[in-house]
Design a binder for this molecule. Sequence first.
Ligand code: UDP
Length: 408
Amino acid sequence: MLDSGATLGLHSVEQYTPLIGLEAVERILQKAELLRAMHVVHVSSTFYGGGVTEMLTPLTLMMNASGIQTGWRMMQGTPGFFTCTKKLHNALQGEDLPFSDADKGIYEQVTFENALRLDVEDADAVIVHDPQPLPLISVVPEREAPWIWQCHIELSSPNRPVWDYLRGFVEQYDTAVFHLPEYAQDLGIEQRFILPAIDPFSAKNRDLTGAEIDECLAFHRIPLDRPLIVQVSRFDRWKDPWGVIEAFRQARKVVDCTLVLLGNTAVDDPEAKVILETIHSSADERLLVLTVDDATLVNALQRRAAVVLQKSIREGFGLTVAEAMWKGAAVIGGNVGGIRRQIRDGENGFLVDTPTQAADRIVQLLTDPGLKQQLGANAKNTVRENFLLTRLMEDWIDLLAEKSGAPH
Ligand code: UDP
């Protein structure tokens, strides 16, 4: 039988004491105590792939471990539905594309079907993530509990007609949560800002010994005879895999190195397969394209890499950036969106606008052995102070307490 006590112990706030201090741990536990009677339900489009899933997995576990009953419902969507919602995702990140009446029909019909079996009547708060399940709210007209919509997408310049269409759903919520004030919109409801965070104890982020790293990289046949340049990302055009390959090609002319592109495909991202095929055609023995689903491999690569790239051209917040920074990696990030809040250029990593700038930074890092250590130490501190799961949970507890009228 499952030992839920032991399982939840793995996700307790207390285990963060060495990282955030006893005072912070006690403060968070006291706040959690006030929400003990609450039943919170998260709704997202998939349990697998992408940052929302990465974050909700430890967040829901830690909320339960802290005594707040927290559930997580998933949307069931058809491939046609996810094609439509990926269009919404791209349009919200600024792409100029139409969202036709037929698209709206599929989007609303599938959401309607999901709403029928959503089962949130006894929830004290419902938190809906991203555009996929956004219209659910319109099918639950009799609501007593607060409904909160959190958008994880970079919203600095959304496609206007698409945003205006979605706004009709967003404004039915009590509160909209974005990552950054820069993503605030002209809305008739309250807007709040909560940045994501990582679980430092997960298989992806926990400490690994040198031997564990070696074993994992050897198992996956990663060549270690040259410095490793790594990008871990869904195969998505916004992650700019072609820019990464271009930067690698330019850097290699100066210092030889190996590029590893590790990616997965989320079930709600139908474009990934096509992008993966085009990248595969660039692969050779020095340019590895991997699609292995292995959190320890992500961990080992981020730890062993001479340089971690996240050369996104749009990014609400780069979880991969926080993961790599936590490991003391030298991270070169795209100078966009949430990455700008994570990396202070030249202090705890580098920000770049073009493949050539990325190539120059790669060369600089490969030829200055002390630089990685210096940036990496600052990077780890940045994550410890700002981007650990306890901070995320405290932000949510504060918001939920406010919404539910609990003292806080
Ligand atoms: N990820 C992974 N394996 C992969 C690619 C990505 O585990 O092959 C994880 C990555 O470590 C991170 C998340 O997926 O935790 C991606 O989150 P991010 O915010 O970087 O991007 P998103 O996919 O949400 O746009």
